[in-house]
Design a protein. Structure first.
Length: 156
């Protein structure tokens, strides 16, 4: 037996009944919720959470969110949200979040989220600091947050 080591930061979640629509699949708007949850947990691992950034007078705001669907998730599925930084600009950064079925590894959806850095006094754009840029570029490789309550030990 070996423990699976993720290539990027991962969040595991189990689809709840209330997230599904009349077609018995996850309602399309919930995927944005999943992306936001994954980004929040990524930031918690990267910098200790958003409060750490806010205490320095900095914040980030979503300016673009694109979701592409390949398959549907259903009630009680375990979804793996894999998060990586795909770009760091002068005042913005982009997270790529790939959503797959944990057991089958089938692609479900992918989200690209663009954030702009702002200072919290007037909420105007501000540059990505050198320290934060370095952390974003390093990412959070090999860590996982498990909200699904599953045993992550797999057969090797």
């Amino acid at each position: 037996m070996t423990i699976s080591t993720p290539l990027a930061f991962e969040v595991l979640l189990r689809v709840r009944y209330g997230e599904c629509d009349a077609q018995e699949v996850v309602f399309n708007a919930r995927y944005a919720d999943y992306a936001d949850l994954a980004a929040t947990e990524f930031m918690r691992e990267l910098i200790g959470g958003y409060q750490s950034m806010l205490s320095q007078g900095k914040d980030n705001q979503v300016v673009n969110l694109n979701i592409s669907w390949q398959n549907s998730a259903r009630f009680d599925d375990v979804v793996c949200l894999s998060v990586r930084v795909s770009k760091v600009g002068n005042t913005s950064f982009t997270l790529q979040i790939d959503m797959t079925d944990w057991y089958t590894k089938n692609a479900i959806a992918s989200a690209e989220v663009v954030y702009v850095m702002v200072e919290t006094k007037h909420y105007t754009k501000t540059p990505v600091t050198a320290d934060f840029r370095a952390k974003l570029n390093a990412g959070v490789v090999g860590k996982r947050t498990n909200f699904a309550g599953i045993n992550i030990i797999e057969q090797g």
